[in-house]
Design a protein around this ligand. Structure first.
Ligand code: CDP
Ligand code: MG
Length: 867
């Protein structure tokens, strides 16, 4: 008892928040008060050693030398004043039963892996355990990373509510917003936010614990954070500033972390939380719809709602557009007119002070600004046909309870970019007498648990980023998900009672799914990651302890591209071959590279932005980069027409778009910026018109793409106030030349040269272009602004294969710019005799003309002046 008193005294000294100690909790635990994160070394001396430490990380010795085992670290206890109903619901969570085991493991080890079914309480409870154990009572706070913004925001609110603390104490930070204060003790953030913080303070001295949540998702930033923290934690321990890392994951393949000796020399303890899961009957479709799976999802959901007993429905789709389209159709199919218990909406309605005489029709459709998918109306007409191919499982039909066909359907969308207030709705009970139906992307797969779900409808697909090795451009594509993900989706229906999962594909198709989803890092080019790491002074990226290492080719290609963009210092060209090889893979970052690393776009575009800033034409470069990042800004008007009437309308619109393209391409000097001038003109015109749906429809622009461009421009400008592109009126010529040079500097490896008349051995090369990477000719598309001009040299954004290999995003290049701006890609010959060398008065050096060739393919370029 004496010891306890002493502990209390000491701990209350350390605890600045004046919380009362909870004696009852202390009884059965070891109590010795030490501040877990008290600094024993002045901060300045820590910083001095930092650079040295980062170097250590990339040294070949690799694995951390400091042992991950630490002597028992005692803790203090902070009481939390929870509301009784919260306390009750907490006690039902499986993770509560493991609190002792988890906290014991955390005290004894620097690294702990915790895995458990989604919904077992990991995300909401573990930060609370740590808080109560005093991990946030000193100078250090508890940090929790999430791969998704939705989760970071909603979990911080949930935990604040459970702990009865204000959001000043339990806060969140996502890229462009947050509510962190100096009182924050638990901070939820996206993994990207923590990575940026490491760039500022490598030892993360603000934190006493970091929880990496949803590690099974294997997002690139999560992987890198785990690699970095596997080194940072031992460094902190060595300095006497103890720090803990807890990796939390759903029950999926934790071996990638635990069995990786490069990452953790001694395997960290793995704590498994057994969750109660009710049986889920899985029903496969007999056939697999390949085209209109959203239609199939819609029909299946209607059918469940009409025929099956009460219970929430959770629908999995791949993206925001699909979610909206299905929500809209469901809302139309099951209109929701009785305003009995919609107090929320009523309040909002009254606030808005609408003047209406009759009872208001509650507008649950908050997305009227977005276009309805065409054809929806027609398909809606047929919803009452009960398609015989739609089978609901036998087990479902056996259930005693009967469905109530008049039950209204309360439809809610859920996806990452949805406004937080809208997201929060899915956690609240649906209005009395309605059935909840959440139409979600895969955010609902593991990050968020929606209460009361009994039926899951799974489209079996997922939207993923893909990388095209030929064009070097990434894109989002919809593909089949993995078996692990599909099972995870099914499990969402068995949380509170036995559930049913309807898979809209056959069991044979399921058998062909891969077992697990691949780690994102193996599916994409890594030049942006390599640049971020170099920005952290991790020069030898090959030695970095990745949970899954990207391929060696991918790393080499990334390093080469970054060197040629000038983001990395050039490796020495003399010395022993082996040393040169090694130096080639550990080039330090250059000042330009640092500037580039601060932009959230891929390095080619970041280079353009950095140059744009330097050349004082940033708004234009931002507009061009944003437009190039969005996949297609023009409406597809080449689609087949359904009727004669439609066909003539399409022809009219095609003519209008062609006219607008010509207008946006400009004349004279600006025409040479080519397709990028068209993009710039379109963005400028659309902004000038207020970025309305009407303007886009009239001029053949995709409204959604234009909204996305606007958002990205806002992000890149980091102000989002005046988004108008100023008209290129003054000195158009100079500005356009500047933009063309900037584009060349960024896309230098995408240079193409027109085939000369004398090289025309094969007619297929007529009007064709040669590129360094492809053996076949590529062409300028008839819709391109440069189709008639056919400049000698062009740079392109990507090559797209349709009927021919066409270059997209083409811009003309003056031949003499190539040896000047792309010296890294050129060979220079011996000095020319005429004109003879001369002395440069300003530099005092001898100058001469030298021949140059584009070394990748030996193209002759104009001779340039050299020292
Ligand atoms: O992280 P994990 O998946 O293990 O579980 P969690 O996210 O901590 O959720 C634990 C429980 O809290 C679940 O049963 C959720 O339904 C519930 N919860 C909630 O009711 N409202 C929220 N905003 C978040 C979670
Ligand atoms: Mg969780």
């Amino acid at each position: 008892a004496r010891e306890e008193e002493k502990a209390e005294e000491e701990s209350s000294d350390l605890d600045s928040s004046d919380e009362e100690m909870d004696d009852s909790r202390m009884g059965n635990r070891r109590v010795e008060a030490t501040n877990v994160s008290e600094s024993k070394e002045p901060a300045s001396s820590c910083q001095e050693k930092e650079v040295e430490e980062k170097k250590e990380m990339s040294e070949e010795s690799g694995p951390a030398r400091a042992s991950s085992k630490k002597p028992s670290e005692p803790a203090i206890f902070i009481s939390v004043d929870r509301l009784p109903e919260i306390q009750d619901s907490r006690l039902r969570l499986p993770v509560l039963a493991e609190e002792q085991v988890i906290m014991e493991a955390v005290r004894e080890n620097s690294f702990v892996v915790l895995c458990g079914e989604t919904g077992s309480g990991k995300t909401t409870q573990v930060p609370q355990f740590l808080y109560e154990a005093g991990y946030a009572s000193g100078t250090g706070i508890i940090g929790v990373t999430e791969p998704r913004r939705v989760a970071a925001v909603s979990m911080s609110h949930r935990v604040a509510k459970e702990m009865n603390l204000s959001t000043r104490v339990v806060s969140y930070q996502i890229r462009y917003e947050g509510n962190v204060t100096s009182d924050t003790k638990i901070k939820f953030m996206t993994d990207g936010v923590l990575l940026k913080e490491i760039q500022k303070d490598f030892l993360l001295q603000r934190y006493s614990v970091i929880i990496i949540d949803e590690a099974h998702e294997r997002s690139v930033y999560t992987d890198i954070l785990i690699g970095l923290l596997s080194r940072i934690v031992p460094l902190r321990n060595k300095k006497g500033l103890p720090m803990k890392l807890i990796v939390m994951s759903a029950t999926l393949r934790v071996e990638d972390f635990t069995e990786n000796r490069k990452l953790f020399p001694t395997p960290p303890p793995v704590i498994k939380v057994e969750a109660r899961q009710f049986p889920v009957s899985v029903h496969f479709n007999k056939r697999t719809p390949l085209e209109d799976y959203t239609g199939e999802v819609f029909h299946k959901t209607c059918k469940i709602h009409r025929m099956l007993p009460p219970g929430g429905i959770l629908v999995f789709l791949t993206g925001q557009a699909e979610v909206h389209s299905v929500c809209r159709r469901l809302r139309r199919a099951f209109p929701f007119r009785r305003a009995t218990d919609y107090s929320d909406e009523m309040k909002k309605f009254k606030k808005a002070k609408h003047k209406r005489t009759s009872l208001p029709r509650i507008d649950l459709d908050n997305y009227s600004a977005l276009p309805v998918d065409e054809g929806d109306e027609d398909r809606l007409a047929g919803i009452d046909d009960e398609g015989s191919d739609l089978e609901l499982g036998d087990d479902a039909a056996d259930t005693e309870e009967k469905a109530d066909p008049s039950l209204p359907l309360y439809v809610l969308p859920l996806y990452s970019l949805l406004a937080p207030e809208q997201q929060a709705k899915v956690f609240q009970p649906p209005p009395h007498g309605t059935r909840l139906c959440v139409v979600a992307t895969n955010v609902a797969e593991t990050s968020l648990t929606i209460p009361g779900i009994k039926y899951v409808v799974d489209c079996g697909r997922v939207k993923k980023r893909f990388y095209d090795r030929v064009t070097g451009v990434s894109s989002f594509k919809v593909s089949w998900t993995s078996q692990a993900s599909a099972n995870q989706r099914a499990g969402r229906s068995g949380r509170t009672e036995p559930g049913h999962c309807y898979r809209l594909y056959s069991s044979a198709v399921f058998g062909d799914f891969s077992l697990f989803s691949e780690a994102e890092i193996t599916r994409r080019p890594v030049e942006d990651l390599v640049l971020q790491m170099k920005d952290l002074n991790i020069d030898k990226v090959v030695n970095f302890p990745f949970p899954t290492t990207p391929s060696a080719e991918a790393l080499v290609a990334a390093e080469q591209l970054l060197v040629s963009l000038g983001a990395l210092e050039e490796p020495p060209r003399t010395g022993r071959v082996k040393e040169m090889e090694r130096a080639r893979l550990s080039c330090p970052i250059s000042p330009l590279g640092r500037a580039m690393a601060s932009f959230p776009v891929s390095p080619r575009y970041a280079k353009m932005l950095a140059l744009g800033k330097q050349q004082d034409c940033l708004p234009y470069v931002i507009a061009v980069v944003a437009a190039m990042t969005v996949r297609e800004i023009f409406e597809d008007l080449d689609r087949p027409a359904g009727s004669e009437d439609e066909s003539s309308k399409l022809a009219q619109r095609r003519a209008r778009l062609a006219q607008m393209r010509r207008l946006w391409a400009g004349q004279g000097a600006s025409l040479l910026l080519g397709d990028l001038m068209v993009l710039l003109g379109a963005v400028g015109a659309c902004e000038f018109a207020g970025c309305t749906l009407k303007f886009c429809e009239e001029n053949g622009l995709r409204y959604k793409a234009m909204l996305e461009i606007r958002r990205l421009r806002g992000q890149l400008t980091n102000a989002g106030v005046d988004l108008r592109v100023k008209c290129l009126l003054t000195e158009v010529g100079v500005q356009v030349v500047c933009l063309r040079q900037i584009v060349l500097a960024g896309l230098g490896d995408h240079l193409a040269r027109r085939v000369q008349q004398e090289e025309l051995l094969d007619p297929k090369w007529r009007n064709g272009y040669k590129t360094p990477l492809l053996d076949e000719p590529v062409y300028i598309h008839p819709s391109s602004a440069l189709f008639k001009t056919l400049p000698q040299f062009v740079v392109y954004q990507e090559v797209l294969e349709t009927t021919k290999m066409y270059m997209r995003g083409v811009s003309a290049v003056e031949p003499e710019w190539v040896p000047q701006l792309l010296t890294q890609y050129c060979h220079f010959g011996s000095p020319l005799e005429t004109p003879s060398p001369w002395l440069c008065a300003s530099t005092g050096r001898v100058k001469c003309h030298c021949t140059s060739t584009f070394f990748r393919c030996g193209w002759q370029l104009p001779a340039i002046e050299m020292d």
